[in-house]
Structures are given as C-alpha cells and as structure tokens.
Design a protein around this ligand. Structure first.
Ligand code: C2G
Length: 128
C-alpha cells in the first residue's frame, strides 16, 4: 500500500484544498493529512477563522482522506514519515523546495496551487 502524507491549516475549506487532497490521494492508496493545530498556526503566524477541531472534522469527511493527524511543530515530519511508513510527501508548490530535506526518507512532490482561490481571498471578500 502506497502511503501519502501532507500537512496544512485547511482554514475555511475551499476548492484549492480539495484539489490538493484529490491529487495527493491519486499519488497513492492511502492519504494521511496533518492538520495544523491552533497553537502551531500561531507559530506559523497564521490567524485562523475555524478552530482546529472543526477543521479536523471537515478534512476527515473528505472522501480522499484516510487518516487525519495533528500538526503541532515544524519538526514532526520526519517522525511522522517513519511512524506511518510514508512513501510520498506532497505539498502545494508555494512550498517548493522547503521540504526537500525529506527526500532522504520518501519521495517529495510539490503540486501546482489552484489559481485564484485562497483563505485570504475569501476573508477579504467577506470584509467587502
Ligand atoms: N493549496 C493549493 N491551492 C490553493 C491554496 C492552498 O494547492 N489555492 C494547498 C497548499 O499549497 C497546501 C494545502 O493546500 O499544500 C493547504 O494549504 P494551507 O491550509 O494554506 O496550508 P499551510 O498553511 O500552507 O500549511 O507544515 C506545512 C504547513 O502546515 C502548511
């Protein structure tokens, strides 16, 4: 079984997130998604609208997702890759190059971001 791993905040879940998860799953048979908890988003400097438990529940309901784990630090990726026997690590290409150090442990793939959609864009639209 080919196992795929990705991480994200997935705040205000949108088509860009869905496209990423759909393509990530297509790279293997089993997709694990690490959801950034609220404390880690503070560290990332990301202000979220939707709390961790709801973001976790939403992503868990996506048909492409087989398991959801908590993301609490930058350092947990290698441990997670070993713990879950990951074959492929996937991120959107806004992270291109940032996780190449994981190539020692598994395949690393950066997928093109979906254009014209982001949580920031949605927030700005809501502000009017
Ligand atoms: N994404 C995308 N297209 C968009 C928006 C997001 O492909 N229009 C992808 C991102 O590249 C990322 C995933 O969807 O791979 C989740 O995006 P975010 O929730 O913004 O994740 P981020 O805050 O970048 O967290 O340790 C890694 C971090 O936790 C990544």
């Amino acid at each position: 079984m080919k196992k795929v791993l990705t991480y994200g905040t997935f705040d205000m879940f949108h088509i860009g997130h869905l496209n990423l998860l759909k393509r990530a799953k297509a790279l293997g048979d089993y997709l694990i998604v690490g959801i950034s908890n609220d404390e880690f988003n503070e560290i990332k400097g990301k202000k979220t609208v939707i709390p961790f438990n709801e973001r976790k529940e939403i992503v868990s309901a996506i048909r492409y997702v087989d398991m959801v784990i908590e993301e609490y630090s930058w350092e947990q990726k290698i441990k997670d890759i070993k713990k879950y026997n990951i074959d492929v690590f996937v991120m959107g290409d806004d992270w291109k190059g940032k996780f190449d150090f994981l190539k020692e442990y598994c395949e690393v793939i950066y997928l093109p971001r979906t254009k014209d959609i982001s949580t920031t864009l949605i927030k700005n639209c809501l502000k009017g």
